[in-house]
Structure formats: C-alpha cells, structure tokens
Design a protein around this ligand. Structure first.
Ligand SMILES: Nc1ncnc2c1ncn2[C@@H]1O[C@H](COP(=O)(O)OP(=O)(O)OP(=O)(O)O)[C@@H](O)[C@H]1O
Length: 537
C-alpha cells in the first residue's frame, strides 16, 4: 500500500488495478468453461467491444492444451522462437506471485506501466458497455482478452497461448485460425469439469483443433490417443506424434527446466516451433522427427535462458543459513505429475549430495539413505540431511490418489519424509490485490488439512518399513517442538498458516545445528506461490 498525504495508506495504481481485477472473480462454475448457453457468444461480444476481432485474426498463434506440461511446453516454445529472432508474446496460467507473470513480452513479464495502460483500456471499455445482457467478463476471460489486446498492440510476431482449463470451451479458444496446435501429456485432472475418463478429457482438449491446422502431440495413453485421432480426422487435422527430445541433441548443454519429463515437453516445443517456422514461411520444411542436430538458436532457447517458477525449482531459504533449509518446489497436483515430482525430488537430493558430499558414511543402517554424516576432506563432519514434505492441494483433488503416489515413488528411491506438514494456502484462490490478504490463523477452517493428515498417517501406518525409517533419531530432537501446530501426530503436523509452518522449519534448523532440511513443497501451484512470496523477500 502507498502512503497517502495524511499518513493513511492509499492503494497504489497497481493495487487499484488488481482490486478491479479481483472484482471479476466469481465462483468458478462449468459456465466459465463449458458451453452453458452463451460462452462464445459473450466472448465475441467482448471482442467487438474491444475491437479485437481483426487484430486477433492477424496474430500468428501457437495454441497449447494438455493436462500436464502445457506451461513448460509454451515456455520452451517461446524461448526457442525468441532466440530465432522473433518478437514473442506468451500467455500462461496461473501466476504464482504477480499477475503480470501471465503476460510475457520477449520472455519478460510485462512492465507495470504497460500492464496498467492495457488493463484500464480494456476494463473501462467493457465497464462502459456492461449491461444485463453483456455482464463484465469473468476473471479468466478478462485475462485472456487482455492478453489478446497486449499481443496485438505490441505487434508480436508470434503469440503462444496456454489453455486455461480444458480446451473446447476455454476463453483462449476464440482463436479461429492458429498456425499450429499442441496437446501436451494427458491425464486425470479437473474431472469435475472435463469428465471422468481419459477419453472425455482428451475430447475437451482436442476442442482446440481447427480445420486443416496441424496439431502435434506427445505419446498418450491409448484411450486418449484414439480420441485425439478421431477428432483430428473429423476436422481434417494432420495430427503428428512427437517423441521426447534426445538429450544428445543439446551438445552437452543442460535443458533449462529440471526433470526428466521436461524432455517430453521440449520435444513438443521443438516440433511446435519448427512447424510454426515452416507455416509462416521461415523454413522450407519442419525439422524431421529423426533429426541428428538442432539449430544453435533452438539449443540456446531450450537451455540456459528458460525460466518457469514453481516447476522443479530449487530455492534456498533467505534466512541466516540458506544451505540448511532448501525448498524443492514443484506444482504437481495430478496423480501422474505427483510421481514425476517425487522422482525429480528423490534424484535431485541425491545429486545434491553427490555434488556437495566428498565422502560420507552412514550413521545407522536402519535410517533412510539420506541420514548421512557428511565429511569434508579434512575429516570434520558435515551435516546430515533430512526430508520434510510441505503439502496442500485443492479440495477438488483426491489425496488418496496424490499422497500414495508421492510416498511410494519417493520410497522406491529410498527417500522417506521425516515429517509431513499440511497447511492452508495463504492467498485466496486466484485472487489478486488487497482481496488476497490472508485470513488470520484463528479464522481458518483446517478441516481439509486434517483430512490430508489422516490420509498421510494411514499411509505411514500401512508402510511400516518407511514409518520406522521416518522416525529416525535425527528428527527426534525436533518432534516435541510442534506446539505451533494445531494437530501434531507422529509423522505429520497441521499448521494454521504457511508462515507458522515456515517459522517452525526455521526454528528447527536453528536448534538442530547438525541437520540440513530439504523440504519438498508440492500439491498446489498456489501453495508454491505463497512459499516463494515468503522465502524470496
Ligand atoms: N510432461 C509431463 N508429464 C507429467 N507431468 C508433468 C509434465 N510436465 C510437467 N509436469 C508436472 O506438472 C507440473 C506443472 O507443469 P506445467 O506448468 O508445465 O504444466 P501445466 O499443464 O501448465 O500445469 P497446470 O495446468 O497445473 O498449470 C510440473 O510441476 C510437473 O510436476
């Protein structure tokens, strides 16, 4: 908040815009994403009001749907085409800290100044014309319209659009003639809206296909692939299956986003970029599937400069001893991505140990593989490491699918959590501006977090071996100190807020000078955003 002349706090112009944006948030319903009456009729009214029909038809769009990996695929694609010399616009969702993350121009979040100018241009015009027949657009639709306005006004060469939810009825699907479409990995998510089977989910995603426009996808479960093929053939869409990127093509460089699954997303991004280049007249033929080399610009685009927060991201704490409290952040929230996230975490902490530990010797063979005394070459012992889970997910998700996948995959790599911490998200779903201020600890309803805790405790009971390992001596000194938690059990604790959980972690690090904490934060991108806000100050 800015300071008013009389000493009172007055919202800054940016906060005013965020408050106006928050006023568009309605409880998300199927009407937002489905053809419940007038979905596209209204959108086309909005486009007319904003004079965007013609400008959208001029944009050279890459449109990407999918359950997992859309954001990463779009980010790689943007980076590749920027390195090929094009002016890029990228629209993704959700945002983690600041709504401007959703709109990138040439790889950088839109400036506050430009955001404000385009925001009010759209908001005021729509407000002026708002009526009972044409109400103000809902939050996500407004953001999509704003993206079109920004990309058209900024005259980007290529606009890369990530679908918000589903495909067919998503606001981004007002696009009539993209240059190329992509469908990233499909799986179970948002079933309450998209349907309970992979076929139904694939049908919604294939809703972005447009007659004659090439579509690219990655390897999918048969049920999903059949539906994609069927929808493609109905619309005369050439559908191509793209293989994961072969790491050897990167000439020894490392992919810019962490995790094995990113090779799948990178493969799709390469194919989308090369098809876009070919269809816009910059390349004679797209790169063949079995190419043995990639252009330098593609390699650059895929490696050093790619950034996407909250996906397989490792951030040390900003406290006195950052090495002792490291956050491993991944916004996985579907059963498939939970496994992928668990594998990434398990391998990363091993890599971390291998890089940092010069020699190590187990303290006690009954403990997990990471309860290690690490020794420097001078023989002095270094720190033991211990793994903690910090988790929340939205109540539409099924923790009986998420938590077992996470626990079992970690266990298969010999990684056992000493404690799982369950917290509510700090910011209110999707909200921005002063509306996102957290409720006080005593106001928070923690029944969902207790339910998550029960699932975890039951899992630990069922996994006796893991349970024993998870209560090793390294952690014993800390377990009696969870009075800040509302309910503390043997393997887990529920905290009334994220700041109280982070405070507990920091206090624990301070007290136990011999333990290094590796905290996996997952289950919700909103939780990740909240953690980043707290630890990056
Ligand atoms: N190809 C993939 N297969 C499975 N899981 C993936 C894949 N790519 C990413 N993920 C998982 O999904 C999470 C979100 O990644 P990303 O933002 O790229 O996907 P998204 O489709 O945009 O997801 P969301 O809809 O949640 O924003 C990652 O943190 C990772 O756990």
């Amino acid at each position: 908040m800015g300071e008013g002349g009389d000493g009172s706090s007055k919202p800054t112009p940016y906060e005013e815009a965020l408050d106006a944006l928050s006023s568009l948030i309605t409880k998300r319903s199927r009407a937002d994403t489905s053809n419940n009456g007038d979905c596209f009729e209204l959108l086309s009214d909005y486009l007319k009001i904003l004079e965007l029909e013609e400008p959208i038809s001029q944009l050279k769009i890459i449109h990407v749907a999918g359950t997992k990996g859309k954001g990463s695929t779009c980010t790689f694609t943007e980076s590749i085409l920027r390195h090929c010399g094009f002016r890029t616009g990228l629209f993704t969702s959700p945002h983690l800290i600041d709504v401007r993350e959703r709109f990138r121009l040439d790889g950088v979040d839109i400036s506050e100044e430009k955001f404000l100018a385009y925001f009010w241009w759209c908001f005021e015009r729509l407000k002026e014309k708002a009526s009972d027949d044409i109400p103000m657009p809902s939050y996500f639709r407004f953001l999509a319209l704003l993206a079109f306005k920004i990309f058209a006004a900024e005259e980007v060469d290529v606009a890369i659009l990530e679908v918000g939810l589903g495909g067919k009825y998503d606001a981004t699907n007002v696009v009539k003639a993209p240059v190329v479409c992509g469908v990233s990995s499909l799986g179970y998510d948002h079933m309450e809206i998209l349907g309970n089977t992979l076929g139904a989910i694939a049908g919604e995603k294939a809703g972005i296909f447009k007659p004659g426009v090439p579509a690219l996808t990655v390897s999918q479960p048969d049920e999903a692939m059949c539906v994609l093929e069927e929808k493609a053939s109905e619309l005369n869409v050439p559908l191509q299956l793209v293989r994961p990127l072969d790491a050897n093509l990167l000439n020894g460089f490392k992919l810019g986003l962490e995790g094995e699954h990113q090779y799948v997303n990178a493969g799709l991004a390469i194919a989308l970029s090369s098809t876009w280049l070919q269809r816009t007249g910059h390349l004679e033929v797209p790169y063949p599937e079995h190419t043995t080399s990639l252009p330098e610009q593609f390699i650059k685009g895929l490696t050093a400069t790619v950034s996407l927060q909250g996906r397989a991201q490792i951030v040390p704490d900003n406290n006195e001893s950052p090495e002792d409290l490291v956050f491993y952040l991944d916004g996985a929230h579907s059963p498939e991505s939970m496994e992928i996230c668990a594998r990434w975490f398990s391998l990363s902490i091993k890599d971390d140990s291998q890089e940092k530990i010069l020699s190590c010797q187990p303290l006690d063979t009954s403990r997990s593989s990471h309860d290690l005394v690490q020794r420097n070459p001078d023989g002095k012992s270094r720190k033991n490491s211990t793994q903690i889970l910090l988790f929340n997910c939205m109540s539409v998700r099924d923790p009986q699918l998420l938590l077992p996948n996470l626990m079992k995959t970690c266990a298969s790599h010999g990684v056992y959590f000493k404690k799982a911490l369950f917290v509510p998200n700090t910011s209110v779903y999707n909200k921005v501006g002063s509306h996102s201020l957290p409720a006080t600890d005593s106001q928070v309803d923690l029944s969902w977090q207790f339910a998550l805790q029960r699932v975890w405790e039951n899992l630990m009971l069922g996994d006796k071996g893991g349970n024993e390992k998870s209560t090793g001596a390294v952690f014993e000194e800390l377990t009696d100190d969870t009075e800040m938690a509302v309910r503390s059990c043997e393997n887990s604790a529920v905290f009334p807020s994220l700041p109280s959980a982070i405070k507990w972690l920091r206090d624990s690090v301070r007290k136990s000078q011999s333990v290094r904490f590796q905290v996996l934060v997952t289950g919700s991108l909103h939780l990740i955003g909240d953690v980043l806000k707290l630890i990056k100050k």
